[in-house]
Design a protein around this ligand. Structure first.
Ligand code: F0G
Length: 482
């Protein structure tokens, strides 16, 4: 599978695609970067993309499309009802998951909204390996509670555990018994567990979870948004998957899980969201919410051109030459940083590289947001936009106290098929410089703190003048470089 280089010391991951459409980038001088991050309230979500050199905030909706996806977009069938485009999406889902019933939604969180509306009632719990921000917001909004059951090993920042997203199966059984199966809205398995560093779940663990659910008569739900990376890791790290085709793995999972949903912004290199199942009963229970919140049942808020791109992109999600590129580039970046001594989540997962800010900035307390501080610092250092995945991304407790994150991470997402290896090397270089100058970095405090999903649009300011000092140090070290 891997292409071996003649000179092993030159070995790098090799792209099995070439770039045919490009977008011009700009890299602002450090003094400008300092201004822009402060104008953005030290929130990388509030930066303008034109001011960013490497946009590593997410892999969502920013993956490069293939020529075949772009070509497919031109045959989109724009009809309110009964669009041929929807039939092509359904056919692709049938190929990838083997399922017959499909509900469209405008993106992943819209699918989560429908799932929560259908099954979460006040006082119920949703059990999951780990929460995702939007998933949790929908469940708690409806009076439900999220209980996380990831095996504690998954929260150890540096380990050799190949499947850190795995459920603690004993804890799962115990939780179902303690709450009572009738109180469990569903058990949700998040493939490629996002907030703990894009860490995969093994096939064995996923199947065991669904067996437990069936024993207790509880619904199993797979969030397949990051399943593409997860399937890559199953094939690379799990003996029983080595000789399975990717399609076999998707099908085995779909046969076991009651409901699958995903963000098409991640799975399928496109946009939109999907809920699918073998079981018509579940689809019927959720169907009524689609026209209410999304749009008619054959587009669900998606634009037909995106749906065509999704249909082709889903099939590309079966192709190891495509799906290996993200994880291999991430592993390259993680390895570069790790060898230099920068604390990163290990082993490398999917989605992106994750810097462990509790270790990098141990003196900045949770409520001065070390991961957000590092995100601001890295933008100043290199025009690189990452995403805070720590305490700032948590919701406050109902009584207003901070909920400190298990892990204070700065995520550097690797949009698929987008960056070249020289850009990844540049990123590593600027992270190393930032790490070496970490003693200059200080905390952040709120200027405006929204009540819900505060990380998206909250504004903060630096405590003291550390950002000016950091920019000055950059000038001193890099001379007249951008
Ligand atoms: N589930 C997971 C595991 C996700 O990572 C996301 C989105 C969603 C659901 C929601 O999907 O964005 O289409 O509404 N993750 C993005 C990210 C936002 O940057 O990690 P969406």
């Amino acid at each position: 599978m891997e292409v071996k280089f003649y000179q092993p010391e030159n070995q790098v991951p090799l792209e099995m695609h070439k770039v045919r459409v490009v977008q011009k980038l700009s890299l602002l001088p450090v003094e400008e970067r300092l201004k822009r991050i402060q104008q953005a309230g030290n929130n990388t979500f509030l930066l303008q993309n034109k001011d960013v050199y490497m946009d590593m905030i997410t892999d969502s909706g920013v993956n490069a499309m293939s020529d075949e996806q772009v070509a497919a977009m031109s045959i989109a069938d724009d009809a309110y009802a009964g669009s041929e485009t929807f039939n092509r999406v359904k056919a692709a889902i049938k190929q990838v998951f083997g399922t017959d019933y499909v509900l469209p939604a405008h993106q992943g969180r819209a699918a989560e909204n429908i799932l929560a509306e259908a099954y979460v009632k006040p006082g119920m719990v949703a059990l999951m390996n780990f929460h995702f921000t939007t998933t949790k917001a929908h469940i708690t909004r409806l009076g439900g509670e999220v209980v996380e059951l990831v095996d504690k090993k998954g929260l150890i920042p540096q380990s050799k555990d190949p499947f850190k997203g795995n459920f603690n199966l004993r804890a799962l059984k115990k939780a179902i018994e303690t709450y009572g199966p009738e109180k469990v809205a569903f058990v949700r398995v998040e493939a490629g567990t996002n907030l703990i560093g894009g860490q995969p779940v093994s096939l064995e663990n996923m199947l065991a979870v669904s067996d437990i659910c069936h024993d207790y008569g509880v619904k199993s739900v797979l969030d397949a948004s990051l399943l593409q990376d997860n399937v890559y890791f199953m094939k690379m790290r799990e003996a029983q998957c080595k000789y399975m085709s990717t399609r076999e793995i998707y099908h085995i999972l779909a046969n076991k899980m009651d409901i699958i949903y995903f963000s098409g912004r991640k799975l399928g290199f496109s946009r939109g969201g999907i809920i699918t199942s073998h079981n018509k009963k579940y689809i019927n229970e959720m169907m009524g919410f689609v026209p209410l919140y999304e749009g008619f049942l054959t587009y669900g808020g998606m634009e037909v051109r995106s749906m065509e791109a999704m249909a082709v992109g889903l099939l590309e999600s079966l192709d190891m030459e495509y799906i290996s590129q993200g994880p291999e580039f991430i592993a390259y970046l993680v390895n570069e940083l790790d060898q230099y001594g920068v604390p990163v989540i290990k082993p490398a997962g999917g989605l992106g590289a994750h810097l462990n800010c509790s270790e990098i900035l141990p003196d900045i307390p949770h409520d001065q947001y070390p991961a957000a501080a590092l995100a601001a610092a890295l933008y100043i250092a290199g025009g690189i936009r990452g995403m805070e995945r720590g305490t700032l991304s948590e919701q406050r407790e109902p009584d207003g106290t901070e909920r400190f994150a298990e892990l204070e991470l700065l995520r550097l997402a690797m949009p698929r098929r987008v960056f070249t290896l020289s850009q990844v090397k540049y990123c590593a270089d600027r992270v190393k410089w930032t790490y070496d100058n970490r003693h200059l970095i200080g905390g952040l405090e709120w200027v405006e703190e929204p009540k819900v999903l505060r990380f998206f649009f909250g504004r903060l300011k630096e405590i003291g003048y550390w950002q000016e000092d950091l920019a000055a140090k950059f000038r001193q070290d890099f001379g007249d470089s951008l």
